[in-house]
Write a protein that binds this ligand. Structure first.
Ligand code: UDX
Length: 433
């Protein structure tokens, strides 16, 4: 397993749990030493336990350097980053560097498996770079969501394996024989495209829902009922229908741009997907406008308390987090931003990060929920109201119960939801506010 990021570490630890002998490789010696001691730095339920068990059972080991690690391997998985490069295309330099490093020491018959999301045609390119007829290349994309990666690995919706060497594809599929899931065994290009086609579909679904939420606001409809009514249609499905501050994370933004680029490279203008990306940017602008509305129109010198920075709940990952785009736009408009996230403690530009949710409420003109952490529903909103200077609560995840907020004397703004009437509470002076 080359690369011990989210994908490599989860795949390695899970394959070891399935009974395989796994060597995880990284270039970062500090990380390798920590992992070898059973220390996992990413927030992923169940992962540290699997790593510890794999180490104890001697089915999992961590080493620096790929050359020695591939000796005797039946399969080498590439789990190195493929970030967004120039013009939106995936940057494959890490993959190419690994291939250059191991090409001459790979044992004959050992399959090179791409696990990271790689553009269509990468398997072919790796074959050319390897320059070896005795080493098959197999595409085996992952569909792991952060925060549920171990569960997603162990209970997958499907296993996709593609190679132009059918026997090699079947050998890799067989590594997962103890998992119960449909297998899609196909050619390399199709397997590579499945990953992009699936992730981009999800991104389009979310942009669509965010646009419908906007329409709900303008038409006086409620997105909660609308998506419930849509979701009962089995062709649509109930998941991935929640509006939010825009989709983010380490996959959807990069994969949408990469597929637009791939399409362009073969002369196809994928305007449908481009529109989903544009809509995702527009969503952030609309959220900022909503927040401005909650503080009387101008963000200059407004005190904004932010709840949630991670790109979704259950992770401490800030990569391409819509919350960070929104907070930096708020700061650019002159707002003073104080933020709390249960999983984030690091200092971040343009805001003060605090370690207590009530601290963001102190003297705030408005509170904005940007990540759907369940703990925000359990705050004492009456106390929050006492601490605040203003009364605006902008809930970009439709996480809170509107009545709880209005009962606390605050004004609630969700996404695509009718605005609940605010309950008039007597002010301390006895005059209704
Ligand atoms: C995604 C894919 O789901 C996974 O299959 C792939 O392997 C990696 O990319 P992940 O990046 O962990 O997984 O995030 P995901 O749970 O899919 O959420 C992506 C974004 O969509 C987040 O910003 C999330 O907040 C947002 N989202 C998701 C919504 O706004 N509403 C929803 O209903 C669901």
């Amino acid at each position: 397993m080359i690369g011990t990021g989210y994908v490599g570490l989860t795949t390695g630890a899970c394959l070891a749990a399935l009974g395989h002998q796994v060597t995880c490789v990284d270039v970062d010696d500090v990380k390798v030493a920590r992992l070898a001691a059973g220390r996992v730095d990413i927030l992923e339920p169940g992962l540290e336990e699997l790593v510890t068990r794999g180490l104890a059972a001697r089915r999992l080991r961590f080493v620096v350097g790929a050359r020695a690690a591939v000796a005797g391997a039946d399969a080498v998985y590439l789990c190195v980053p493929t970030p967004m490069g120039a013009g939106g295309a995936a940057d494959l330099r890490a993959v190419e560097a690994v291939i250059a490093e191991i090409a001459d020491v790979l044992p004959a018959g050992c399959a090179v498996v791409t696990k990271s999301t790689v553009p269509v045609g990468t398997a072919q390119r790796i074959r050319a770079l390897l320059g070896r007829d005795d080493v098959p290349v197999v595409a085996n994309p992952e569909f792991l969501r952060e925060g549920t990666a171990v569960a997603d690995f162990m209970h997958p919706d499907r296993i996709v394996v593609g190679s132009d060497d059918d026997a090699a594809a079947r050998r890799i599929a067989d590594l997962y024989r103890d998992l119960s899931a449909p297998n899609v065994i196909t050619d390399a290009a199709s397997a590579e495209l499945v990953k992009y086609a699936a992730n981009c579909f999800l991104a389009m679904k979310l942009s669509y829902v965010n646009a419908i939420a906007e329409l709900c606001e303008r038409l006086g409809a409620d997105i909660v009922s609308v998506t419930e009514g849509m979701g009962h249609d089995r062709r649509i499905g109930r998941s991935f229908l929640k509006p939010g501050p825009g989709w983010g994370g380490s996959c959807l933004p990069k994969d949408t741009h990469a597929l637009v680029q791939v399409a362009e490279s073969v002369g196809f203008d994928f305007s449908l997907l481009t529109a989903a990306i544009v809509e995702n940017i527009a969503q952030r602008d609309r959220i900022v406008a909503k927040i401005a509305g909650a503080v009387g129109g101008s963000l200059a010198a407004a005190r904004i308390g932010v709840l949630g920075l991670a790109f979704k709940a259950g992770t401490n990952d800030l990569r391409d987090s819509p919350a960070l785009s929104v907070t930096s736009m708020l700061a650019a408009h002159g707002a003073e931003v104080t933020a709390y996230d249960p999983a984030v403690r690091e200092a971040l530009p343009g805001m003060t990060v605090v370690d207590d949710p009530y601290q963001v409420a102190k003297d705030a003109d408005a509170i904005v929920v940007l990540t759907e952490w369940a703990e925000f529903t359990k705050l004492d909103w009456g106390y929050v109201a006492d601490l605040m200077q203003g009364d605006g609560v902008v809930d970009t995840r439709n996480l809170l119960e509107p009545r709880t907020i209005t009962d606390a004397g605050l004004s609630y703004v969700g996404l695509g939801r009718p605005r609940p009437a605010r309950v008039a509470l007597p002010s301390p002076s006895g005059v209704a506010s």
